[in-house]
Design a protein around this ligand. Structure first.
Ligand SMILES: *Cc1c(COP(=O)(O)O)cnc(C)c1O
Length: 307
């Protein structure tokens, strides 16, 4: 599969002398969104090799990871069980509706139970109820996911100076740092408030994957969370709409919209020297729009999508 690097034309970039392209990871797999496919690929292989039959995972009610695991289960003949944080709300939102349509079994955990999701004895207990289970952590981040995400960088044949990516658990960012092996600069844009915690998490993941290497050529830009995970401002929605009109690329409101807003801000602040080739990774997530629009009463479609 050739990588799809889409150059952007914008008077800001011309004025500042930088080149910006979007790496369309969102188009990578027809059913499994963006970086979630990268993160699942080697896990699915491992599950198959271990003779597992059921993918078991955790997520919030709007989670792209839940959607990805449900779709991957359907495509690769695994049963799937999704443990969802909080009570069931009916009617189901489009994310969970879709997960069920892929055959996923949903089970709800109270917020207190959900806090135990990484606890070994709690995991053992819930795995007893599944047939030949393969456990994927919330957000899908483990070392096989990091391995999959190294390929975002190693498959990129065009020259680049800076890679920009949105971060949730930081697994994708860690994979990209490991894949770059010290080359270039990589910037992660946390979608959560207080994203500074990712500094330690990503460092640990990279070290664990890269046999102790601690690469220094990456950083976090923690000012672009817009109030926190799954929060937004009118300014962010206006940016996403403008970006769609100018470039024909739909960003998502939780991750990629915030990241690209940040990229534009940094360029405006002359953060990148003239001549810098910036690649912004579109990790997908557009499925989230339907539930997001419903939750915030934004109407559907949420954007005026006429050119
Ligand atoms: C899950 C997700 C991310 C974050 O990936 P992490 O590996 O958890 O940091 C970024 N963008 C989109 C669209 C996602 O769905």
């Amino acid at each position: 599969m050739p990588t799809l690097l889409q150059p952007l034309t914008d008077s800001l970039f011309t004025q500042k002398g930088v080149e910006v392209s979007v790496l369309r990871e969102d188009l990578l797999h027809p059913g499994i969104p963006g970086n979630k496919w990268r993160k699942l690929k080697y896990n699915l292989q491992a599950a198959q090799e271990q003779g597992c039959e059921t993918l078991v995972t955790f997520g919030g009610a709007f989670s792209n990871h839940i959607v990805a695991v449900a779709a991957a289960g359907k495509a690769f003949w695994f049963a799937t069980i999704g443990y969802i944080r909080g009570e069931e709300t009916l009617p189901l939102n489009p994310t969970l509706e879709y997960a069920i349509s892929c055959g996923m079994h949903l089970r709800y955990l109270t917020r207190t139970e959900y806090r135990l999701r990484n606890d070994a004895s709690f995991q053992a207990e819930i795995l007893r109820t599944a047939s030949k289970p393969y456990l994927l952590p919330e957000g899908g981040t483990n070392l096989l996911a990091v391995k999959g995400c190294t390929e975002i960088v190693t498959e990129l044949t065009e020259p680049w100076d800076v890679l920009c990516v949105a971060a949730g658990t930081g697994g994708t960012l860690a994979g990209m740092v490991a894949g770059a092996e010290g080359k270039g600069d990589i910037i992660g844009f946390p979608a959560l408030k207080g994203g500074e915690f990712l500094q330690a998490e990503v460092t640990e993941l990279v070290k664990a994957y890269s046999a102790g290497e601690a690469y220094q050529n990456w950083e976090l830009q923690t000012n672009y969370h817009f109030g926190g995970y799954a929060k937004h401002t009118p300014e962010l929605l206006a940016f996403i709409q403008q970006f769609y009109q100018n470039h024909g690329i739909l960003l998502d409101p939780v991750y990629t919209g915030k990241m690209l807003f940040g990229v534009f801000e940094l360029i405006r602040q002359d953060y990148f020297p003239k001549g810098t080739k910036v690649v912004a990774v579109h990790t997908g997530g557009q499925q989230g729009w339907a539930g997001y629009a419903q939750r915030y009463g934004l109407g559907w479609p949420p954007l005026e999508m006429t050119k």
